[in-house]
Design a protein around this ligand. Sequence first.
Ligand SMILES: NC(=O)c1ccc[n+]([C@@H]2O[C@H](COP(=O)([O-])OP(=O)(O)OC[C@H]3O[C@@H](n4cnc5c(N)ncnc54)[C@H](OP(=O)(O)O)[C@@H]3O)[C@@H](O)[C@H]2O)c1
Length: 279
Amino acid sequence: MFLVTGATGNVGRHVVHQLLAEGESVRALTRSPEGARLPAGAEVVGGDLNRPETVEPALEGVSALFLFPSPGTAGPILRAAGERGVRRVVMLSSSSVEYTTDGADNAIVAYHKEIEHEVETSGLEWTLVRPCGFAVNTLQWAPQIRAGGVVRGPYAEAEMALIDERDIADVATRVLRTDGHVGAKYVLTGPEPLTQTEQARRIGEAVGRPVRYEEVPPAVAREQMILNRVPADLADMTLRFQAGRAGVPAEISSTVEEVTGRPARTFDQWAADHAADFR
Ligand SMILES: NC(=O)c1ccc[n+]([C@@H]2O[C@H](COP(=O)([O-])OP(=O)(O)OC[C@H]3O[C@@H](n4cnc5c(N)ncnc54)[C@H](OP(=O)(O)O)[C@@H]3O)[C@@H](O)[C@H]2O)c1
């Protein structure tokens, strides 16, 4: 039995599907089982990662755990897992734990590092999965694209090799099911670096009408975030992080192909698969 936490999320949902497709038994954890819309083949259970005692029953009879990083409670959950005979843990972390740029020492990166440490010292067989930015992040542009095809934001030339969430899930599934990945820290990226200007243009190609990225100063982006109800401290943290990354060439890793045996999906493929979400 595999326990997937964060099972209704962008990555976890695909981990559930992929494990089932491989013929495995899957238990999927969510705070809201009634609205989870998970496949019938999964055993959907209630539990809140912020309250480890509610997760403990879900650990019974589990051999491997996919851990969504929820700050502050990974230690007790991992201890409970070990006590119940869980053998393996695969943690969803972030490539940002490796960044040394200004603004990368923020609270979000700090809690990922803390949970990685809990995982590494858990006594379980562990693997860290460290993806870069998800392709699905660009869905936040959908309202602007639908409203006129202009995406306004900072740092138009900042580049990243966005990764398709399905590739993260495919790697996690392989690592959960097979030996040979214990102690690995896998940085995962997509296959090609794309600036934000280029990401917007490619979405336009997939949608069938022009989309362009219009750079605005960070202060304007901050105002917009706050209008969109982003807390001011989070807006500041995000912009400091982005300022530090602007101008840094995107890292490309071949780990998706090495682990799964096939190349990482392209952003064009992701955009084509999600074109309807932007129309
Ligand atoms: N987005 C990026 O670019 C990026 C880049 C690198 C790393 N990451 C990592 O990936 C994570 C996001 O993954 P994702 O996009 O798959 O997540 P997501 O879509 O935001 O979903 C996370 C799921 O986790 C569940 N969850 C949240 N808090 C929980 C709690 N206290 N107890 C139980 N379940 C809880 C929620 O399910 P229910 O509501 O059903 O309980 C939610 O559906 C980030 O937090 C970060 O660690 C993201």
